[in-house]
Design a binder for this molecule. Structure first.
Ligand code: FES
Ligand code: FES
Length: 159
């Protein structure tokens, strides 16, 4: 007997009807069942932030959430940031400020930063850095990530 449950994950405005076991993580469901592989999985226990997506507008570590907990809620992943050929200001800022090298951590940083700035556009620089310190990057030394997010924050406040 299968203990799978049929759920719908709404990712970037599109419904995905999938069948998952109760212990299936949101990260795995997004990647495997829904085919959205832009969300990366690093540590799988809530430490690195590579798997960060937005659920109901809030950044969450999708390796720590069960897929069933996100059923019916709006989920946003890195695939939903660009509008057609036009990159999101956060994506552009990462590119222009060399905020990535291997890129493994980048989707998580992008979603974390976008989620926080959408919720709190006037966040102080100190708090912004505090938030960004929750995600790990093994390549960049963080300075260019911080530069990129600061640049995007200015643009997002003006738009
Ligand atoms: S893979 Fe989820 S926090 Fe590292
Ligand atoms: S760019 Fe390689 S881990 Fe961050």
């Amino acid at each position: 007997m299968s203990d799978k449950t049929n759920i719908i994950l709404n990712i970037n405005g599109r419904d995905h009807a999938i069948s998952v076991e109760s212990r299936r993580t949101l990260a795995d469901a997004i990647r495997e069942e829904c085919g959205q592989t832009g969300t990366h999985i690093g540590c799988e226990h809530g430490v690195c932030g590579a798997c960060t997506v937005l659920v109901n507008g809030e950044p969450v570590r999708s390796c720590l959430m069960f897929a069933q907990q996100a059923a019916g809620k709006p989920i946003r992943t890195v695939e939903g940031l660009a509008k057609g050929d036009e990159m999101h200001p956060m994506q552009r800022a990462f590119m222009e400020n060399h905020g990535l090298q291997c890129g493994f951590c980048t989707p998580g940083f992008l979603m974390l930063a976008v989620g926080v700035l959408e919720r709190e556009p006037e966040i102080s620089d100190e708090n912004l850095i505090d938030v960004l310190s929750s995600n790990l990057c093994r390549c960049t030394g963080y300075q260019n990530i911080i530069k990129a997010v600061r640049a995007a924050a200015i643009e997002m406040r003006q738009s």
